[in-house]
Design a protein around this ligand. Sequence first.
Ligand SMILES: *Cc1c(COP(=O)(O)O)cnc(C)c1O
Length: 415
Amino acid sequence: MPQQGRNVDDVIADLQAKRAGDARWQDGKTFGMVYDGGPSVHEAAERAAMLFLHENALNTKAFPSLAQIQSEVVGWTAELLHGPDTAAGFLTSGGTESIQCAVLAARERGRAERGIRSGEIVVAESAHAAFHKSAHMYDMPIHTTPVHDDWTVDVEAMAAAVNADTVLVVGSAPQYPQGVVDPIPEIAALAASVGANCHVDACMGGFVLPFAEMLGRPVPVWDFRVDGVHSISADIHKLGYAPKGVSVVLHRTKELRRYQTWMFDRWLGGFYGSPNLQGTRSGLPMAAAWAVMQHLGVEGYVDLTRQTLVNADLIRAGIDEIDGIRVLGDGSYHLIALASDPTSADPIDVFALGDSLLSRGWFHDRQGPPDSLHSTVSNSNTGVIDSYLHDLRQCVAEVRGRATHDRSTSYSTVE
Ligand SMILES: *Cc1c(COP(=O)(O)O)cnc(C)c1O
């Protein structure tokens, strides 16, 4: 911290310089983390962000605009996901918080309606780590079940894990690691059989699957059209193309939503009403999401989804043609897990491949088990697929017969 403040130009120049080593998402070279809807989407988001940079949704009596913005964005999302008229939700800071809210709602419902003090969670090993983080935070037992060879949840294994204390059973649409959609109707039926909530984690798919369906792609039914789905999480800051800090958590009814809110009126500071996990709450991401959704409209999202799926299909086709690597999963949507092909005479070490791709600027998360390179394909990658596949072929040739000792994976980091 400087003793004396510095002028704005110098400060901003320093920040600019810090970015030299960052992933080059503007060039389409990241497969995840930044989702680029194109120049006009940037403009909508940035102008809305400037307008609402300083606003605070903590108390919407001061900022009724933010109450309205939240209600409209949540309403549009509910409509997209075939929520009934009773559906209700909130904006949160991201998928993790939406999941934390849904887990809390399940726990509180179990306590209120079934008298279960220590409600238990059942998830497959493919479910996002945020469910385990929630279990940790709320001190809830969590049972993890295996997935089938096609990477979808094994509902029979889940059935063996549920019990009288189960308050939440989870499915994903799609799950993150291999991008496959779980059999939500079966999972919801299982949850119903023990009186538990069924949450569908559509953080990744919430703003893709509805548009893929409109494009005529086969999409198994997964949203509120499935009886017994209590809540859904959908991230606008992923394939909704809004800047970071905004997600939707939806409940089938306002009564179910009531279980995620918290109110307190024995404080000298006055009544404390809390819709999610935040206190002070930036208006920026909420307004930017509103602007992006209005700017794109359904047709804009359909176009971005069409482009995303073209990009993903081209990458999958390219991988299929290269000896030694393969795609895990059914390859239907926008997530790709690139793995070594054990049936090849010459399987590739995909982590060595990842290092080689990174040296050419292509950033993939390493994930596993099994060892694989993750791509969340989006419109960000439009226009670079040919050069990606060109580099991929060269990198495979470069690392053929080589392995790296570093087997570490990194979806996210602590520091
Ligand atoms: C991204 C993601 C999350 C977590 O969302 P954050 O916005 O990163 O907190 C949860 N589930 C799935 C399937 C995801 O892809």
